[in-house]
Design a protein. Sequence first.
Length: 340
Amino acid sequence: MADVTAPAQRPSYVRNWAYVLRTTNPPEGHVDPVSRWLVLTRAAVLPMTITAALVAGLLAWWLQPHDVSVGWWLLASGGIVLAHVANNLMNDLFDLEVGTDSAQYPRALYAPHPVLSGMITRRGLGLAALAVNVVDLAILVVLTLVRGWPIVGFALGGFLLSAAYTAPPLRLKKHGLGEPTVLVVWGPLMVCGTYYAATGHLPWEIVAASFPYALLCTTVLMGKHIDKIPWDAPDGTHTLPVVLGERTARRVTQGMCVAFYALVVALVAARALPVPSLLVLLAIPRLVPVWRALDEPRPEQPPKGWPIWPLWFAGLAFAHTRRAGALFVLGLLLGVVIGF
């Protein structure tokens, strides 16, 4: 008698990768090499940096279209994405070395910690961070030869702040300086640095225009650190929400969200952003659940299907940032097309 048993469904690698990018967690069952590295590098949050690169490039095409080098913009964009990857790897390494990360700390609860989960050794994690930084250094050398020494300032500033975020002796995160660091890195350093690499110029409009999206990225970190107050405060990790207190930190996060929209409107009025940038106002409905959550007690249990518990505010802020960032990019693109 013929075997009519249906063959086992083969794993879909694309489905696996999409799952990791959506949840930061590996898929159930066999973890293919690509999924493994997407988890190790926390690739789910890399779209924030890709968006910053798109903001820089579109601003360049809008303001100085005849000076834009697509090749150098692409190289600089790859450089800041790799810098984000290196930062994620180094943060996990340094937080483990100083004893912050443990099996009971949120980093190992909302997603597998690279070393604590056994996905990679400490040495392997360190070598991976070194390899990414070496590639980034090569990009830095090329862009410096083309655009000059200001590129070194942008890149070195980003590297030092990223490393000092968790690494001794500064450990900026531990002293309430991690959030301002994100504002500076995702704003003036990433956006302005990528713009300068693309054009060789840096008008005042771009410095000002680098801040709205950086505010959004900072709200994600504020949400994450509000989530981690029960662990950070007893441990002596004085993130800004620990320093301010949870109630004030929630209000500050709400204020940053409002400041994003207000700043976009002000910059459009000042002609530092194209008029279609006002499309970001369509993201306000996605802000509503974030605002309400920041006004309400944190749930005791995660909603069904929530993938990154015990993070709560961070996930909501990330969803808002993703929507508002996408509309910001779309608005800039329309500004390039129509010219105002």
